[in-house]
Design a protein around this ligand. Structure first.
Ligand code: MG
Length: 331
């Protein structure tokens, strides 16, 4: 087994601003496993918020142990100390390799139907005029997800709702205090948005979400920063309507499935999200997108320089090629 690791920096089409800060470049780490001239690939999207950077993730990946690449569960268990984004890269590369060897798409290997995801498209925080203009240009996208960081951004959401027919989802990335979040929930309900993501800080605990979820009803409130892996789900039951599952947070496809099943066992909704990722990371997540209620896999759509090709993107629709593996190749 040949193992290769390389780091790359991708650039977004426009500066990506959320409640915590903004950036237009993102460092990513690509893991390549090669055996018998077949290549499996995975992407790690290290996140400062979870104390990771590309250098440390690349170093962690350089120490992986693979005794039997067909034994995906066993290999993930053997490498369980990897940071979750690195584990996600390993999980993706193992699935890609196994499915290519079998000549089937990864979703088939997982026992799933061919997914036909319709993703939200994210509008970062910007001034109201810019955001409204942007929303008008995206009139063919069925779902827009708006990032907000303060009360003025809620007015921007209202302004977009006036000019757009898209379903609007709102992601506050922990911006509001529990008291403020109650008022925000009422305002957003009035505007007619379809979902609110992480209105209050994750460190405030699941109970801080309970009041907002109650106030927002029937509008779903989804936990993201406070829902990292399957073990977080039971304590969020009754406090949030659902959880946002991301491969980079939980550690890949298999751990994401565990999180989906944990949420369903609690009667909760499931969102499938991403970081700003290339088509490689997006294709890995998209394999399980048929299992969720909200698909938010626009990472690669936001990039100016996606280094991979394979999935097609059409107005928020993701078209997965029916080829073996993840269906992703370097450009
Ligand atoms: Mg979020």
């Amino acid at each position: 087994m040949q193992i290769k690791i390389h780091m790359l920096t991708v650039r977004t089409k426009r500066t990506f601003a959320i409640a915590r800060g903004s950036s237009d470049t993102f460092d990513r780490v690509i893991l390549t496993l090669e055996e018998d001239a077949i290549t499996g690939r995975g992407e790690a999207a290290p996140t400062d918020y979870y104390g990771q950077n590309a250098q440390s993730v690349a170093e962690a990946l350089s120490l992986i142990q693979i005794s039997d690449p067909w034994d995906i569960e066993g290999t993930l268990a053997d490498n369980d100390s990897l940071p979750p984004s690195a584990l996600a890269a390993l999980d993706s590369a193992l699935h890609d390799l196994a499915a290519k060897r079998l000549g089937i798409p990864v979703y088939r290997l997982l026992g799933l139907a061919c997914p036909v995801p319709v993703s939200a498209y994210t509008l970062g925080i910007a001034d109201p005029e810019t955001t409204v203009e942007e929303a008008k240009k995206l009139s063919n996208f069925p779902i827009l997800k708006m990032k907000v960081g303060d009360r003025r951004d809620i007015e921007t959401v209202a302004a977009v709702a006036e000019v757009s027919n898209a379903a609007l989802w709102v992601d506050a990335n922990e911006a509001f205090s529990p008291d403020e979040a109650l008022e925000v929930a009422w305002e957003l309900k009035e505007i007619g948005v379809g979902m609110i993501e992480q209105p209050v800080p994750a460190f405030a605990g699941p109970d801080a979400l309970r009041g907002v979820t109650e106030a927002a009803k029937p509008l779903p409130v989804i936990a993201d920063e406070g829902a990292i892996s399957a073990r977080d789900v039971p304590k969020l039951a009754g406090c949030a309507s659902g959880v946002n599952v991301k491969l980079a947070k939980c550690g890949g496809i298999r751990r994401a499935l565990a999180m989906v099943h944990a949420a369903r066992a609690q009667g909760m909704l499931v969102m499938l999200g991403c970081m700003v990722e290339t088509s490689l990371g997006i294709a890995a997540a998209a394999q399980i997108s048929g299992l969720v209620d909200f698909v938010d896999l626009d990472g690669a759509m936001l990039l100016a320089d996606d280094p991979f090709t394979g999935p097609g993107y059409e107005n928020g629709h993701i078209l997965l090629p029916e080829v073996p593996g993840l269906g992703v190749e370097p450009l």
